[in-house]
Design a binder for this molecule. Structure first.
Ligand code: PEP
Length: 239
């Protein structure tokens, strides 16, 4: 199976970017599968309708409650009914800018899985935490997956915070080492081999090398996913 190529548009591309993006993919990505594009919640329906079977649509976040007085928030059910099949949870920008903690992320993961969404669960250390990455990632993973009974729809994304949007990429040796650590941790605690994506300044010029690495099951891309040309160049570098 082809490795997973996940785009995270964050709060960048707009409604007006959807037609051109989809048109490019339709024309230039024949035979490419396992493409996921995570878009701002208001754009899920438009993206899903436009991209149909070409790409899967994902949300960038959702709330943990099924419904209620949470002004401005969006539930997993709403995300699903808008046409998303994936959701990114625990992204470092959610953790650091919006103060999401492991307990909150855990509740979100449980809620999203209950709705049948596939969860892209992000973990990763800051620059200050680099020397103790094992304990940071262990706390994030065990906290985020606490009480999660069925891990079949969980995909972990290892995103060192210092590599996100900075142009700095973890070395290939570090990626192999940390992914191996994550795979072992999950296997020891849950008896599963979960897919692990790498994220952090992935672009067409480095994706081939990263995607060829042992224990890398795909990539999560921010900046380089905004242009379809770059996104598809990364997808094609899988082969
Ligand atoms: C991200 O935000 O998940 C990400 C990996 O961003 P970038 O590719 O821009 O570093």
């Amino acid at each position: 199976m082809n490795k997973l190529i996940v785009a995270n548009w964050k709060m960048n591309n707009d409604f007006s970017d959807i037609p051109e993006f989809v048109k490019y993919v339709k024309k230039n990505a024949k035979g490419e599968d396992n493409l996921v594009v995570c878009v701002p919640s208001v754009m899920i329906k438009d993206f899903a309708d436009a991209s149909k079977k070409l790409m899967s649509t994902g949300a960038e976040n959702c709330h943990f409650a099924e419904k209620g007085a949470y002004t401005g928030e969006i539930s997993a059910k709403m995300v699903k009914s808008a046409g998303a099949s994936y959701v990114i949870l625990g992204h470092s920008e959610r953790r650091h800018i919006f103060n999401e903690n492991d307990e909150m992320i855990n509740k979100k993961i449980i809620s999203a899985l209950k709705e049948g969404l596939k969860v892209i669960f992000c973990v990763g250390e800051t620059l200050d935490e680099k020397s103790k990455y094992k304990s940071v990632i262990k706390t994030q993973i065990l906290g985020g997956l606490d009480g999660v009974a069925d891990l079949d729809n969980v995909i972990i994304a290892y995103e060192p915070v210092w590599a996100i949007g900075t142009g700095k990429v973890a070395t290939t040796a570090d990626i192999v080492k940390v992914h191996g650590y994550i795979k072992n941790l999950v296997s020891e605690n849950y008896g599963k081999n979960l897919p692990v994506l790498y994220g952090g300044s992935v672009k067409p010029s480095n994706s081939k090398e990263i995607l060829a690495l042992e224990n890398v099951d795909g990539v999560l891309i921010g900046g380089a996913s905004l242009k379809a040309e770059d996104y598809i160049a990364i997808a094609k570098s899988r082969n």
